[in-house]
Write a protein that binds this ligand. Structure first.
Ligand code: FES
Length: 276
């Protein structure tokens, strides 16, 4: 059913946009880790977007997306007051959140920071000590810093060029923290596949539970089409119904990366056509 965009905010010019959408039925049930699938126009493809925030009182959900192809470019043409044609959700298993014996470290990269924000908030609400680590190429590309600082006691930042926080990668800060603090109960990572893979490899020697949220290609989002299949611990799983969160130490990241690029040429041609 159509859902109205109430607010639109450009987080990074020409790259990342935030939409606050009127969707009371989704907001009432949305939990950290859930996602929605949306369609922008009648013949359009269905794309999954993780819910970055939900406000039950206001009946809204917040979505953040990266302009990376025809569908997101089309979505970005919509303004406050416009409707999204179809919005289906909340989908996927929510993040397992309960009171932990030690801190939880939430790591986010790129637009994954927005999705990680919802999970970090959930852990904070459950009474856990939340450490967030966010990273980007440079300071201008860091998302949700103020939002995270508003509730999170420790927000650690890394940038590749050193323009903010520590120069380097999120994994540098993560390894440092895990070396200093043996009480960390869990690490959660959301972001580009290479980043989640690097986080999983960084935590493996420490034996710390590591959860990653997989951004597979999806079509129906309800376990029928098989488009979102991933290999976890040698078994085929469907990210939409078995995930999207999985044990990062068990995920076949190489297989995931290969599947994500299977339609790259078609996506490029479609985007070029749209831009004409
Ligand atoms: Fe179709 Fe998951 S998106 S099975």
């Amino acid at each position: 059913m159509p859902s109205r965009i109430l607010r639109k905010r450009r987080l990074i010019e020409g790259q990342t946009t935030e939409l606050v959408i009127e969707a009371p039925h989704i907001a009432a049930k949305a939990k950290p880790g859930n996602f929605v699938i949306l369609r922008v126009w009648e013949e359009g493809e269905r794309i999954p977007l993780t819910i970055a925030d939900a406000d039950t009182g206001a009946g809204t959900i917040t979505l953040v997306f990266l302009l990376m192809g025809k569908t997101t470019a089309h979505l970005d043409t919509l303004e406050a007051g416009d409707d999204i044609l179809d919005l289906c959700g909340p989908l996927g298993r929510p993040t397992e959140i309960h009171k932990l014996d030690g801190p939880v470290i939430c790591v986010g990269g790129g637009t994954g920071i927005a999705a990680m924000h919802h999970i970090a908030k959930g852990h904070h609400a459950a009474g856990n000590h939340v450490v967030t680590i966010i990273g980007a190429r440079c300071e201008d590309l860091l998302l949700f810093r103020d939002e995270l600082c508003s509730f999170c006691p420790e927000v650690l930042i890394s940038t590749n060029d050193g323009s903010c926080g520590r120069q380097g990668f999120v994994t540098d800060l993560l390894v440092e923290r895990l070396t200093e603090d043996k009480t960390v109960a869990e690490v959660v990572a959301i972001g580009p596949v290479p980043m989640m893979r690097a986080v999983a490899e960084a935590t493996r020697p420490f034996g710390v539970k590591t959860t990653v949220s997989l951004n597979s290609i999806m079509v129906d989002g309800i376990g029928m089409c098989g488009a979102c299949r991933v290999s976890v611990g040698g078994e085929t799983k469907f990210a939409c119904v078995d995930g999207p969160e999985f044990d990062g130490h068990q995920v076949d990241f190489a297989g995931l990366a290969a599947r994500l690029t299977s339609f790259k040429e078609q996506e490029r041609l479609s985007y070029e056509e749209f831009k004409k």
